[in-house]
Design a protein around this ligand. Structure first.
Ligand SMILES: Cc1cc2nc3c(=O)[nH]c(=O)nc-3n(C[C@H](O)[C@H](O)[C@H](O)COP(=O)(O)OP(=O)(O)OC[C@H]3O[C@@H](n4cnc5c(N)ncnc54)[C@H](O)[C@@H]3O)c2cc1C
Length: 421
């Protein structure tokens, strides 16, 4: 009898963890295929450190070299759930079809858009390496062009940076970005200004209010203007108009309003909730015993909060990836399948410098203690590259960041994708 083939689509937090765990369980008795457009797993929580010149991009890109896992470099395009096949295309456009006995969908999410005029044209998202590299160059270039301009209005616009969305991503970008541009502007008689806005009534609206207070204090201390209860009314090439009527001259709008599930999920012909693929507590698609889903793309019931779905976080994705591996094995009679349960271990938000906000096991921390917990947590959570990351952190403590923009990523290369009709 041929070995069963398990195809995992997406090598993010959920898919990478599932593949790694499955190889340990299967020990060669199953063929494990990991289909992903890149040859690396991206550790997204450290992306703000790439955008602000602290980490080089390869530090957070962990190669997909998992013993016992066959990596297919490509993008899944279509699924035939009756024939049990996945159509995919490699990075050079060549197409292939692969059959499966079990399918694990771990497709993740993409930037969320709101129907705000000008945003698709003038805002940039923050969801991948290209966007982080673009932002690093863009920030550096704005300071350099402001320094060489004699026009005070242009200088002011170039030195004003607007972040829409004060979730953990937007808050980290604004807090770390303010430090980065302050260092770039030093000795140039420029005063960079950052503004972060959110329609809710506090920064970090989904986290413990004590973390919000710590983060808001750090932001204010760095001169970042925090505008709650405020959104973007429209965006242009030289200014952003806010929902309170204010017009902010700027060349920078970083769009961090959140994410939505990978749109491919909607085309599967399966039930969805909030755009996420409906699964039961065993991460199994109802009526499809051979199809599983996990991570941001899956609507996993939150048994701790009946009626709710688990959040779109790396912590959930990793734990679900681990569980799905066990449940796939159980579908072959190895072990017992288990429902997804979780205990909140807390959250970490790196604010740059010696600041962070964290609540490990519910204990709220700020300052250097939170920073130590945050960095320790990231090092432990990364599946590879730990020494390289720690070395970059050490170097950053001793050397100044390099004020150079390589210009490899143009703004047009990192558009905010249009929302589907
Ligand atoms: C900037 C940023 C910072 C974050 N910080 C934190 C944090 O500090 N803590 C936290 O808990 N969470 C954080 N998150 C959220 C967290 O990263 C996500 O919840 C997590 O990545 C979800 O894991 P996933 O495996 O579902 O998706 P992902 O990690 O996004 O992985 C999805 C994978 O699927 C691949 N894929 C997509 N489409 C296809 C296709 N058609 N075919 C093949 N492969 C495909 C993608 O390329 C990707 O490799 C952050 C997110 C961002 C964007």
């Amino acid at each position: 009898m041929p070995r069963p083939r398990i195809v995992i689509v997406g090598a993010g937090f959920a898919g990478y963890t599932a593949a790694r765990r499955l190889t340990r369980i299967a020990r060669g008795r199953a063929e494990i295929v990991l289909l992903n457009p890149t040859d690396y797993f991206l550790y997204l929580p450290l992306l703000p450190e790439v955008a602000t010149g602290l980490l080089e991009p390869r530090r957070i890109s962990v190669p997909l070299t998992l013993p016992g896992v066959r990596v297919l470099l490509g993008h899944a395009g279509a699924f035939d759930l009756e024939a049990r096949t996945v159509e995919w295309a490699d990075p050079e456009g060549r197409r292939g079809v692969i059959g499966y006995h079990r399918l694990v969908l771990a497709l993740g999410s993409v930037n969320k858009l709101l129907p705000v005029p000008g945003v698709t044209e003038y805002a940039h998202g923050f969801r991948g390496i290209a966007e982080a590299l673009y932002l690093r160059d863009h920030l550096t270039r704005q300071i350099e062009l402001a320094a060489q301009s004699d026009d005070p209005l242009e200088r002011q616009a170039r030195c004003t940076f607007v972040v829409a969305g004060a979730g953990y991503t937007g808050t980290e970008v604004a807090a770390q970005g303010a430090l980065f541009t302050a260092a770039l502007a030093a000795g140039r008689s420029l005063s960079p200004r950052w503004l972060i806005l959110d329609t809710s009534d506090r920064v970090l609206p989904t986290l413990d209010p004590r973390l919000s207070r710590t983060a808001a204090e750090v932001l204010r201390h760095r001169g970042v203007r925090v505008l709650t209860g405020t959104g973007v009314a429209n965006a242009g090439s030289d200014a952003v108009r806010l929902s309170n009527g204010e017009s902010v001259p700027t060349k920078t709008l970083v769009w961090c309003v959140g994410v939505r599930p990978e749109p491919l999920v909607a085309g599967l012909g399966l039930a969805t909730r909030d755009g996420r693929l409906v699964v039961d507590e065993f991460l199994n698609v109802p009526g499809r015993p051979d199809v599983f889903a996990c991570g941001d793309a899956a609507a996993v019931p939150d048994v701790m909060h009946p009626g709710a779905l688990t959040g779109m976080t790396a912590q959930h994705a990793v734990r679900q990836g681990r569980l799905v591996a066990g449940n796939v094995a159980a579908s072959y009679g190895q072990g017992r399948r288990r429902p997804y349960r979780h205990r909140d271990l807390g959250f970490v938000v790196d604010l740059g410098g010696w600041s962070a906000a964290a609540d490990p096991f519910g204990v709220p921390l700020g300052g250097a203690a939170a920073k130590a917990v945050t960095r320790g947590y990231h090092l432990m959570s990364m599946p590879g590259n730990r020494v390289r990351v720690a070395a970059d952190w050490m170097l950053d403590g001793m050397l100044s960041r390099q004020p150079v923009q390589l210009g490899l990523i143009r703004g047009s290369a990192v558009p905010l994708a249009a929302e589907p009709d």
